[in-house]
Design a protein around this ligand. Structure first.
Ligand code: CAA
Length: 258
């Protein structure tokens, strides 16, 4: 499995996917994005998994779409193969929480992949950029849409138009990442976070993820209505009753994920 483009393993209720093209700084080619999508969907349907972590290595989370592969593509190639939409967007179908653990380069499509995750934990070594303008293309895996929603138009325009690189500290200050940790603690801290999340009621986690994502995609009125219906639906779950009774009885809840 040494030449596998991703490595997949489980730790307790957490599924961990490691991007594994270190010589190319985890440049994202079709084989990798196909394999990532398959691994994500496998964890998503596995009832023993409550949260998913995507990570790279110390040098790179991912340095973007594979430029060597793209260099000679034509418009008809990318249109007919439905480049990006066909496999990169599989991550949008995942209903369980997905955490990106980012060290080193998160450039172009690598930064966009991280932005597609629900939580980004950044090592102090992490660097974020959307440098596609240097290639005379544009961030095409959701970057021009998710980045302004995450950090606002002014900062997003600066990053997209100038190819400016953000340090982990800047990314944290701007709201691009969820938290920054010491580089040698990235795996430990991310796994602790993922295990903590995975220990909660899975249907409640899925409802929260769906509801927060509505904040990006609908008006406040529609979003609030969606959230309220999701809250009401929790009262049809065994876990909500267990969670509240456990609180009243001053004991740890035992969730059945139902
Ligand atoms: N695609 C293909 N190969 C890549 C790559 C990429 N995105 N990024 C790095 N590599 C390869 C390099 O070609 C090099 O290969 P060789 O050893 O065979 O020469 C190897 O990885 C190591 O890279 P560098 O020698 O460049 O490493 P560095 O430490 O000097 O620089 C870097 C690191 C600043 C990230 C630099 O590699 C870089 O600028 N990479 C390209 C970043 C980029 O432009 N990303 C956007 C891609 S387009 C995109 O993603 C479109 C989209 O929206 C989906």
């Amino acid at each position: 499995m040494d030449d596998a483009v991703i490595l997949s393993r489980t730790e307790g209720r957490v599924g961990v996917i490691t991007l594994n093209r270190p010589k190319q700084l985890n440049a994202l080619n079709d084989a990798l994005m196909d394999a990532l999508g398959i691994a994500l969907l496998a964890f998503d349907v596995d009832p023993a998994i409550g949260a998913i972590v995507i990570t790279g290595n110390d040098k790179a989370f991912a340095a973007g779409a594979d430029i060597a592969v793209m260099a000679d593509w034509t418009y008809m190639d990318v249109f007919q193969s439905d480049f990006i939409t066909r496999n990169w967007e599989t991550i949008r179908r995942v209903r369980k929480p997905v955490i990106a653990a980012v060290a080193g380069f998160a450039m172009g499509g690598g930064c966009e992949l991280a932005l597609s995750c629900d939580i980004i934990v950044a090592a102090e070594s992490a660097q974020f950029a959307l440098p596609e303008i240097k290639l005379a293309v544009l961030p095409g895996a959701g970057g021009t849409q998710r980045l302004p929603r995450a950090i606002g138009k002014a900062k997003a325009m600066d990053m997209c138009l100038s190819a400016r690189t953000l340090s982990a500290e800047e990314a944290d200050r701007y709201g691009l990442v969820s938290r920054v940790v010491a580089s040698d603690q990235l795996t430990t801290e991310t796994m602790a976070l993922a295990q903590r999340i995975a220990g909660y009621s899975l249907p409640a986690l899925m409802a929260i993820k769906e509801s927060v994502n509505r904040a990006w995609e609908s008006s406040l009125t529609e979003g609030i209505l969606f959230e309220r219906r999701e809250l009401h639906a929790r009262f049809a779950s065994a876990d909500a009753h267990e969670g509240m009774h456990a609180f009243m009885e001053k004991r740890k809840p035992s969730f059945s994920h139902r």
